[in-house]
Design a binder for this molecule. Structure first.
Ligand code: HEM
Length: 421
């Protein structure tokens, strides 16, 4: 069933023919992938609280509405009543480890369960632990760029944007970085869970990746229980509150979530940022001349073209948003990328301004589920982009990448060849 839907959604001509069924929002078309901001702008201007019948969801594109939904407890991450989640639940029922990854992670629990889990992980995921990674990450970026420099060219995505976050998450968790190719492959398969309809091979690839990843982590967890080290795995094993600690299944599901959440997002942030720098030579020059701008620049890259387009919530009780009646049990998709370019909130929102102040973008979400890895992601992006611009300020490449990821949620180029003059 999934395989058939996935096959169908790759038939561009068919999708074009069926476009009227999608109304104002057809995220499967090539033009949406290459420029989603045009879709978000037209939705925000025409119908900022839009009911997409084909998806059975509301699509919200105004900053204030998105912020409201992310902060208000009437909107929950527990989507167990939503039909697509129920279908996935049925498909994974006979595989408790796979369903734990999907249903027991931070992003899908809510209320007391989520608070307990998040409280425990946050105790282990400290700012000190992140900052300690800085010299290692700088060395990784220097090494990757040395190699690229020798060749005079690179594929930014393959040679920098992916290896860096995989190494970062491997270092943080305390798994050998020599296994990063395994991590990269598992993560690529698991990330299909963010948008199962646009994956390939049905549910088989993420299910297999989950099985292999759990099998990889189990002996590692046993080893850390016996011989704790100064790493996140040992810290997560050790945390305890009111006599309760994280169960083995929690630890496995969390490690898996951290791998995927920490890898694909950051890689695409770096990819989108470099596309933006190819398109805005004046801003690149500004950054090259003033490297201290990098902190603000990374926030602007997040706002201007963030890697996570949207997230969603299920509605607990009937409510009204923007004059529209929204019913209990319905799904609300909040488009972070649309909110980030709302002219009511940001002046000149379609302009890339690396020195932008008052930049409260929503790329890391907001409220109880605010991204746990935001500091790590920013650190990686600062080092990767800052070093690239410092060492190769005149890099060139096609500002229109050969393709964009097929996903409603993730945004990023599939490849980005650069010449490093
Ligand atoms: C540019 C990079 C990143 C972006 C844009 C991003 C974005 C987000 C967003 C939007 C959410 C909230 C989703 C929601 O409310 O439904 C989130 C949650 C989360 N992120 Fe990130 N993320 C990034 C990097 C990372 C990294 C590096 C890690 C960890 C290593 C990470 C771990 C998490 C976790 C564990 C959650 C769940 C928090 C919770 O539900 O309590 N993220 N992220």
């Amino acid at each position: 069933m999934f395989r058939f839907l996935q096959w169908l959604l790759r038939r561009e001509r068919l999708l074009r023919f069926a476009s009227p069924l999608f109304g104002r929002f057809n995220p499967f078309l090539r033009e949406h992938r290459s420029n989603p901001h045009a879709t978000w702008q037209s939705l925000r201007e025409a119908e900022p609280v839009y009911r997409s019948r084909i998806f059975g969801a509301w699509v919200l594109t105004r900053y204030d509405d998105v912020l409201h939904v992310l902060r208000d407890q009437n909107f929950t991450t527990d989507r167990s009543g939503v039909p697509l989640m129920q279908l996935i639940s049925r498909l994974t029922r006979n595989d408790p480890e796979f369903s734990a990854t999907i249903e027991r992670n931070l992003l899908t629990t809510d209320g007391a369960d989520h608070l307990r889990l998040r409280g425990l992980v946050s105790k282990a995921f400290t700012p000190r632990r992140i900052e300690q990674l800085r010299p290692k990450l700088q060395a990784v970026v220097d090494d990757l760029l040395d190699r690229a420099g020798e060749n005079g060219e690179m594929d930014l995505i393959r040679d920098l944007a992916h290896p860096l976050p995989v190494t970062a998450i491997a270092e943080l968790l305390g798994v050998p970085s020599r296994d990063r190719d395994l991590f990269r492959a598992w993560s690529a398969d698991l990330v299909q869970l963010l948008d199962p309809l646009q994956g390939r091979g049905g549910m088989a690839p993420p299910r297999r990746a989950n099985r292999e990843l759990f099998a990889y982590f189990k002996p590692l967890l046993a080893e850390r229980r016996a011989n704790p080290r100064d790493d996140l795995l040992s810290a997560m094993i050790a945390v305890e509150e009111d006599g309760r600690s994280l169960s083995e299944l929690d630890l496995l599901a969390l490690s898996t979530l951290l791998l995927v959440a920490g890898h694909e997002t950051t890689a695409n942030l770096i990819g989108n940022a470099v596309v933006a720098l190819l398109r805005h030579r004046d801003e690149r020059k500004r950054l090259a001349e003033d490297p201290a701008l990098i902190t603000r620049a990374v926030d602007e890259f997040l706002r201007y073209d963030g890697p996570i387009q949207m997230t969603d919530r299920a509605v607990r009780e009937d409510c009204v948003i923007g004059g529209k009646q929204i019913r209990k049990g319905q799904l609300v998709a909040v488009v972070l990328s649309a909110a980030n370019r709302d002219p009511e909130r940001f002046s000149d929102p379609d302009r890339l301004d690396l020195g932008r102040v008052d930049n409260h973008h929503l790329s890391f979400g907001q409220g109880n589920h605010f991204c746990l890895g935001s500091q790590l992601a920013k650190l990686e992006a600062e080092i990767a982009i800052g070093t690239l611009v410092r060492r190769f300020p005149d890099f060139t490449g096609n500002p229109d990448p050969p393709g964009w990821i097929r996903s409603i949620i993730l945004r990023g180029p599939v490849a980005l060849p650069l010449r490093l003059a």
